[in-house]
Each structure stands twice: as structure tokens, then as C-alpha cells.
Design a protein around this ligand. Sequence first.
Ligand SMILES: Cc1cc2nc3c(=O)[nH]c(=O)nc-3n(C[C@H](O)[C@H](O)[C@H](O)COP(=O)(O)O)c2cc1C
Length: 208
Amino acid sequence: MGVRVVGVAGSLRTTSATLMAVRYALVGAEECGAQVEVLDLAAYNLPFLGREQERTAVMAVERFLTDLRGADGIILGSPEIHGSISGVLKNALDLTNRELFEGKMLGIIGVAGGRMGASETLNQLRTIGRSLQAWVVPTQVSIGAVDEAFDSRGEPADQEIGERLKLVGRQVAHFARLHKCENHLQFMKDWEGAVGTDDRGQSIHAGR
Ligand SMILES: Cc1cc2nc3c(=O)[nH]c(=O)nc-3n(C[C@H](O)[C@H](O)[C@H](O)COP(=O)(O)O)c2cc1C
């Protein structure tokens, strides 16, 4: 079963560490057999929310939404900016809707300049993912002291961080595949049709 996993980094900088982290997580998804792609926000030239109907903006938004629509799994990375996710990523997500995320696997990565890491960003990404009805995978990565986190080739300086980034990618690809497979769909049908009895001997239907 083929799955497609895309990565989105909430930074427009050409030397973005967040983009490096997302790329590395996609390596994990690829190792798990997924077809992967980075959706580079710098290349879409997205408008601010509220301006998406303007003539020059419509195509850019449509292109971004189409690229997201074709994904079974999505990895979101954000720099921590003033204790929050970046405005760049928030605005891009504000232009999307639940239909594009519902039932899809979501991996989350936070990147911070400070040594304390990006836990605020991760909590916010998890909340946004839940709100969009995505399935946020359990493993997440917080990268602190980002200036020392990647070498000149964009490889993680710390092997443990590298492995964890790849694990996020692997989980997204793995669960996306399970979620799509025939056995899972049959299991869900059986589950929803299952009938049991409660402690008074009354029939109860699991799917209701
Ligand atoms: C305006 C601004 C605010 C920032 N606020 C925080 C912050 O609250 N906490 C933190 O740890 N790092 C903060 N940083 C550092 C960024 O998280 C860090 O530089 C990150 O690597 C930028 O991501 P990028 O390389 O993908 O663009 C801030 C950076 C900028 C430019």
C-alpha cells in the first residue's frame, strides 16, 4: 500500500533549521516505504488569511491545498517564536481546513534558539492537529539550542536527535499505511457492527 508523506516547515529562511529537521524526518518516512515531498512555504507565496480571494492569491492557495490533499501523512515543523509557533506556519494552516487533515497522520517538530527547547510550540501544534481532526503521532521532537543542532550539510549534530526525527517520520508513514489498509477498514466495520451485552444482559452495539 503506497502512502505519501509531506513535510511543511514554518520558516521562509533559505537556511532554515526547521526545514532541515523536517527533511530529516522525511528520510525516516522514506525508509518506511513512503513517497515523500517537502512543501516549501517559501515557494508558494501564500497570502495572509483574509486576502485569499484576491486574484493573485487564489492560485497560490489552491496549489498548497492540492499538495496537502494528496498526502496521507503530514509532518509539521515550526520554529519557536516568542514562545509560540511561527506566524508563517499558523497563517499557512489558517488557509487550510479540516477536510485536508481529517483522518491523516500528523508528526510534529519544534525548533528553538533557547536551550529549554520548543515544548510550547509542540503543545500548540498538537492542539491545532487535534482541532483539525488529524491523528497526531505520539513521538515528537523538540530541538533546543538550534545554532549547534545541525552541521554544515544539514545533518543533525546529535545522533539521538537524528534518530528521533526519523522515528517521527517512520511513525507517520507506518500509521498512515495501517490506517489505509484493507484489514483496518474491515476491522473498523466489524468493530462498528459488534454487539455485546451490558451487566444487565441488554444488547449494546459498539458503534452506537
Ligand atoms: C522574532 C524571533 C523570536 C524568537 N523567539 C524565540 C523564543 O521565544 N524561544 C526560543 O527558544 N527561540 C526563539 N527564537 C529563535 C528561533 O526559534 C530560532 O532562531 C529558530 O531556529 C528559527 O528557525 P529557522 O532556522 O527554521 O528559521 C526567536 C527568533 C526570532 C527571529
